[in-house]
Design a protein. Sequence first.
Length: 774
Amino acid sequence: MDIEKDKYGFIEIRDDLINKKIIKKDSKIRFKIDNIILSEFYTGKSYSYNVINVITNESKHLYHSKKQLSEEKYEDVKEKLLSLSIIKEQDNIVIDNSVKDTERNKELIRYIFNTILPKYGFTIRESQIDLSLTMYDAIKNNRIALCEAEVGTGKTFSYLIAAIISRFSSYVTNVLPIVISTSSITLQKAIKEDYIPLISRILKTEGILYRDLTAVIRKGKSHYICDKRLKDCVDSIPFKKDKKEFKILSRLLDVGVNGMDLDRYDEINKYVKSRINVTDKCNNRCPQYQYCRYNRFLKNAKSFNYDIQICNHNYYFADIKKRSENKSEIIPDYSIVIIDESHKIINAARQIYGMKIEKAKIDRLINLITKIRFNKEKDHIVKEYTKKLKSRVEWLYSDLLGTIINDEGKETERYRIIIKTSTEKLIRRIIYNINSIIYNLDKNELKYKNELTRYTINLLLETKEKLDILINNNQITYWMELENKDKNKLSICWVPKELNKIIYSDLWMNRIPIILTSGTISERGSFTYFKHKTGIDLVGIPNNQRRAKLQEVSKSSPFNYNEKTIMYINDRLPFPDSRDIKYINSITSEIARIIKATHGHAMVLFTSYRTMELVYNRITKLVKKHSMIKMGKGYNNCLNKFKISKNGVIFAAGAAWEGIDISGDILSSIIIVKLPFAVPDPLSEYEQTCYKDFHEYKDKVILPEMIIKLKQGVGRLIRSETDTGVISILDSRMNVKKDYYSRVINALPECKVTNDIEDVKKFIQDNKSIEYFK
């Protein structure tokens, strides 16, 4: 590979060797094996090839040739190169010249985990090494690998080592970056700021990497500072009235390109951030565009200056969708994809491939239209159309809201709606109004046209397109959402019915290796449910042979749950029903009993915010000894209170079922109030029609979905080798004689199961120190 094509390290290596006078100024680097490079120099008559060890700087001449080396000859040259003593590895690694690159790299991966990492305090875990080797195999063979790795496996190190060795140890160094997609900002930051610098430092010290690894986190534009809006905001602040805010924002005027991420500034509140961030209006017609720091950041981030591009699932799917539509990509071309927290990708795909018409956004759009100046003749016409648009939009949402009134008792934010003939006619009138406004905006006199006009036209076109799909596309499933059950926050939403086939076509058909990993993507080692939901089950079937076969691996946690945990099951409670006062009172009493048995230190997980509210209000009157913390939908502050309490009880629902990591005795009890079955909604109603009967749907979708969610909740308990704790399940459907019992027990970590609260008390007494009870 010519040096001119390389943007990932050959230039740096070449310049260093030129400065050390090891190679001549006009030399090129053709390829690299581990720490060895092959340099090429044209004398004017022939090509001279030298082999150089970039660690020791030892150099040996390989051969001269009148013809330039072609890529087809790389294998032959590699054999000659391997015979030279210059490439013998240090630290007792012995290279067998007959072994292919793949086997050499596998040995290197084993050496890193077994010899190098223990020197830096890491424990040898066979499951971690096996996982990394499986991932490496998938990368080298352009496969999709489903890798379930339960807590304690060390999957982040597994995939980083596999990807790094695959990318940097090939005899033709890959110039395309690695993409790592995750669900949480916390993990993205940890990968960039902790994992990558640590691995980079270790591998560079040990002579495996020549230089430090580089990484960038990619986010949506609203996360970044807009120079123009920031300056306008600073200019509008009365210095004498708010010196603190003025100073904070003034400092942002001078930060470098890498300081443009607003998430770095906790001292700035959300409202102020919304006044200074990049908006959808951002384009190359902005007067600040040429000097814009965000534009410079974006240009650099999209270049080949980084080894690793880190983003969330939505950002990655947005890139996938743009590529499928032949639009400009937002991530540079990549060679390896790693999807961590992969159990969340279906929700991300729904958001990117689906659509949403928010009433609040239409209201703001109508307000924008009123701010545009027109000549006198058009001003009256546009005002009339805008007035009709506003009243018809109100009518539309009111009409659709009326079709879901009977569903208000459901614990869901997705409500089935009916688009009647009259509703369709109303939508067509709205589309007509929008077309009329666009026509008049477009024909407005030139002197009145500005950026606001163009932006408004684009928003109107986007809204019109969405409404058109809603009434003309029978391949979508639609519903209405009420955010927090607030009728002022209405949205009409839909997703393609066969989303799994779209994901298959856009993502899994690409000839790029993809590693999917999570602690919870299988049920008893079977990935059937996950593969069907994501379209991966279409890979490798007779008519879809473009991709090699899948690789599947499931690694259980190395923690000894038999010693570390006890599971308490009470199946004598009433059937779960939040409208039944007897049920609410029974679970309240039982939760109070468990809290007393474990001396607090508990997280109570609910599937319903309504049930949580009812229980919380009652239990605070029964239990006075421990701090009672009710977690809302924004939970960081609540978690801090729980940690400070030392023996408190936190009541949680929603996102708290996953992603919370509290090790140590603070959290020693997880109480599952109800098995986490998904609430039926329009999506599940359509999905059910794809199965021959409800029994099959229940077996293949409902139960696996519940099991995976349950595993996520239970996984909050044991986070380290020294953790101990109690898992409690308070659902009458967990009777030992019922089908659910064996399916749940078999899916969860193996441990002692009891229905006697005295066993719980004894377990806590036997496994906790004196400090725990203070």
